[in-house]
Ligand binder design. Structure first.
Ligand code: ATP
Ligand code: MG
Length: 216
């Protein structure tokens, strides 16, 4: 069984860039770190860029047009639509060799459709169902699910960073792995695994370059 990995981080931290990179990497042969498989990409913020996929693919020696065709793309217009797309992904996974499902971002529609405290319970209930659906998908079809999460400021926290991942307990308990990306100097980003029941906290730095993400 594979996992649901949450990528959280502030605006411009590189969550969407990482999703693009993963959608290409999964296509590489296993000896080059891939799964020789296709990707499904659910975009809720209209930030998917085909040209960026082609650029990253070219840098990895893949045929850019083929790399793009190996990504099943869908834009989700609402949280309901997003949940339907996740359901429909099953069909694609069964029929094609898809090993990665990206949802970027998992929470944006939920946050805008259920604003304020008065809607929080309903939002969390619905989001919880969505995340559970994704976990079941990862489990049943042995695929990697990667979801991105926004951050929110907790002004009541005076020590350390006031930024926390959105989604509260639903994501904290729903995601198998949680990764937090923060900005370093210029194009450097630091990814930290946190809250994991299986891993000690660890960090890895990378750069966002024209060719895609590069290890430091
Ligand atoms: P948001 O919360 O707004 O969705 P995000 O975490 O998804 O933000 P990204 O859109 O992944 O952030 O990252 C944007 C950053 O990636 C930009 O700051 C830019 O510096 C970098 N970037 C994007 N494209 C390129 C490129 N072709 N070459 C180098 N850097 C790039
Ligand atoms: Mg983004």
């Amino acid at each position: 069984t594979r996992a649901v990995t949450e990528i959280a981080g502030e605006f411009g931290s590189g969550k969407t860039q990482l999703c693009h990179q993963l959608a290409v990497m999964v296509q590489l042969p296993e000896e080059r770190g891939g799964l020789e498989a296709k990707a499904i990409y659910i975009d809720t913020e209209n930030t998917f860029r085909p040209e960026r996929i082609m650029q990253i693919a070219r840098a990895r020696g893949l045929d850019p047009d083929q790399a793009l065709r190996n990504i099943f793309y869908a834009a989700a217009h609402s949280s309901d639509h997003q949940m339907i797309l996740a359901e429909q992904a099953k069909q694609l996974i069964r029929q094609h060799n898809a090993a990665l499902l990206v949802v970027d971002s998992v929470i944006a529609h939920f946050r805008s459709e259920f604003p304020g405290r008065e809607n929080l319970a309903e939002r969390q209930q619905k989001l919880s169902k969505h995340v559970a659906d994704l976990l079941r998908l990862a489990d049943a079809y042995d695929i990697a699910v990667v979801i991105t999460n926004q951050v929110m400021a907790h002004p009541d926290i005076f020590y350390g960073s006031p930024l926390k991942p959105a989604g509260g307990n639903v994501l904290a308990h729903g995601a198998t792995y949680r990764i937090w990306i923060r900005k370093g100097k210029e194009n450097v980003r630091i990814a930290k695994i946190f809250d994991s029941p299986y891993h000690p906290e660890g960090e890895a730095s990378f750069r966002i370059t024209a060719e895609g993400l590069a290890d430091l």
